[in-house]
Each structure stands twice: as structure tokens, then as C-alpha cells.
Design a protein around this ligand. Structure first.
Ligand SMILES: [Zn+2]
Length: 85
């Protein structure tokens, strides 16, 4: 189960990802190959980043590749600063 945060509506929704993607929250071995939860790009767990939008229903973040993570970062920061007002 993948929970996705919608930054525009501030709501979470349940999404499905392709069955052949291996998405992950934790790995014992940093060399384990996983897929980015956003774009599906194969990455090593050690090179991935904790997603700020995709999580399990226990709020454990899934992992994203550096491109997806960095593309989303300005949005997340903007949203955070907006919430302070
Ligand atoms: Zn990606």
C-alpha cells in the first residue's frame, strides 16, 4: 500500500504502482537495488532519499531517486514556509 501526499489539496490518497517495481522503506544492505517510488528508475538503496510525499500507511517514507527528491524539495519547502503564516 502506498500513500501519497497531495501538496495542493493537503490530502493523502492511496495509489498503486506497477507490480514489477521494488519499492522500499528499509534495506539492510545499501547495495540492494530498488525502484524510485515516483519514476521507477532503478537505484541502489544507498543512493536513494526518503520521500516527502510517498509513505506506507504507518508513515514510513518510501525512497526516491535524487532527481525526483530534488525536484520536489522546493515545493515541500515552499509549503512548509506557507504553513507558518
Ligand atoms: Zn525518481
Amino acid at each position: 500500500m502506498v500513500k501519497r501526499f497531495n501538496i495542493v489539496t493537503n490530502h493523502y490518497s492511496e495509489i498503486s504502482i506497477p507490480k514489477d517495481w521494488k519499492i522500499s522503506t528499509h534495506e539492510l544492505d545499501a547495495n540492494t537495488k530498488i525502484n524510485c517510488v515516483h519514476c521507477g528508475q532503478p537505484i541502489k538503496f544507498g543512493d536513494s532519499y526518503p520521500s516527502m510525499r510517498y509513505s506506507t500507511f504507518n508513515d514510513e517514507p518510501y525512497r526516491e531517486c535524487s532527481v525526483c527528491y530534488n525536484n520536489y524539495l522546493p515545493l515541500a519547502k515552499f509549503k512548509k514556509s506557507e504553513q507558518q503564516f
